[in-house]
Design a protein around this ligand. Structure first.
Ligand code: NAI
Ligand code: SOE
Length: 379
């Protein structure tokens, strides 16, 4: 009989659904000593929370997240709210001795992140941040190949995350669905929302970032604010590009924008090493491109590896070789790894402390964009 892990989820939007699906699917595909139980969901609107609870099978609802994190029957709190609530909820959850699964970015800034780390470490509670792209099998395979030394010394890291949904100046900011355009709720624009993913993956694959130089732009300077009913200054970065140096000596270029017409969620990265290169594209997420200079010249070229075989990360638990999985499984994998970490006692990453490093890079990027100066991470 599996041990029950009672989940209390806060927020029932996009990530509320993605995580709920992860909790439901994980036990079917990744047997574990622990079984997630959808105990309660918290949201401010009782009717909407009830509808969500009934769709996904949550046993109860709360309309105040503070009640949820204090409930003795909740083991783990899952934070699926806009970014400005992550810190307060996490600290309160830790104070109540709850495990915490927090959406990305960890916090609005590194100062908040520090306090969150201190809280979970003081409470000694398991914690993880949902940088889910690490757990796309092709990305996990890239990690294995790099750790095996196949690329040799790494020279270059290149990542982009492109979208096009905020181009219209008629799009308001603030409130449901549009909180990402409101600096008070999001903290930043594409830097914290999209580049944070690229930075998390980059640190995981290529180690710490030492310093950055960045530029940002806010193309639409004013938008109607849904919560105040007034046209207000836009405080987020619509686009951001930065150069970085990793501690291992490699150079990086990162770019993200919500103004790349034609792109909905184009996250790509490429890594160039002495012997081999690797490339990945979220639009074709089950493939990893690999080029190895050590191949015989007559057949040397970019290979497109279909990451579906049983010896590839996570894949033996799914279908049969040749049959691919998708975006939602990255969340299933994160649940499975988190449950595993409870059995083994070895934390599954990224922990709050790991994600704080990404937050520090984001802060350095935004500081550099403000000052125009090369900025050391953590300075
Ligand atoms: P969303 O707008 O779809 O959902 C946010 C939810 O939070 C809504 O249900 C809203 O009612 C709820 N909420 C807001 N204030 C609340 C309060 N005071 N008490 C209780 N609930 C409250 O947003 P989405 O897309 O689900 O984003 C949530 C978080 O997940 C963000 O931090 C975002 O950055 C992150 N995210 C991560 C993704 C990933 O790839 N890992 C993808 C999308 C979002
Ligand atoms: C924004 O549109 C968004 O949903 C981000 O918030 C997510 O983190 C990213 O994974 C997809 O795009």
């Amino acid at each position: 009989m599996a041990k029950r892990l009672n989940i209390g989820m806060i927020g029932y939007g996009f990530m509320g659904r993605a995580h709920s699906n992860g909790y439901c699917q994980a036990p079917h595909f990744f047997p574990s000593e622990y079984r997630p139980v959808l105990k309660a969901v918290a949201a401010r609107d009782a009717e909407k929370a009830k509808a969500f609870a009934s769709t996904w099978g949550y046993e109860s609802i709360e309309t105040d997240w503070r009640k949820l994190v204090a409930r003795p029957d909740i083991d783990a709190v899952d934070i699926c709210t806009p970014n400005n609530l992550h810190c307060e909820i996490a600290i309160e959850a830790a104070r109540n001795g709850k495990m915490i699964l927090c959406e990305k970015p960890l916090a609005m800034n590194a100062e908040e992140g520090e306090r969150m780390c201190a809280a979970v470490e003081k409470a000694g509670v398991p914690n993880i941040v949902w940088y889910n792209y690490r757990r796309v099998p092709a990305v996990s395979l890239a990690k294995q190949l790099i750790d095996e030394g196949r690329l040799g010394r790494i020279f270059h890291y290149r990542a982009v995350f492109l979208q096009d949904w905020t181009i219209s100046s008629d799009l308001p900011q603030g409130g449901a669905a549009l909180w990402r355009l409101d600096a008070a709720a999001a903290g930043s624009g594409v830097t914290g929302d999209l580049l944070a993913h690229c930075i998390d993956t980059a640190i995981w694959l290529n180690g710490p970032v030492d310093g950055v130089t960045a530029m940002t732009e806010t193309f639409v300077k004013e938008r109607m604010h849904n919560l105040t009913g007034r046209v207000e200054k836009v405080g987020i970065d619509d686009a951001c590009a930065f150069l970085a140096r990793f501690s291992n000596g490699s150079l990086a270029v990162f770019e993200s924008t919500r103004y790349a017409r034609g792109h909905k969620a184009l996250y790509t990265f490429e890594i160039n090493g002495e012997h081999a290169s690797i490339a990945w594209d979220l639009h074709d997420l089950h493939r990893l491109s690999y080029f190895d200079h050590r191949d015989a010249s007559r057949t040397r070229g970019w290979r497109s590896v279909h990451v579906t075989d049983g010896d590839m990360p996570y894949m033996k638990n799914w279908w049969v070789p040749g049959l691919q999985i998708g975006y939602e499984q990255s969340f299933v994998h994160q649940v499975a790894d988190f449950l595993d970490s409870l059995s083994t006692g070895t934390p599954a990453g990224p922990t709050f402390r790991d994600a704080l490093e990404t937050q520090r890079v984001c802060d350095a990027v935004l500081a550099s964009a403000r000052t125009g100066a090369w900025t050391r991470v953590g300075a």
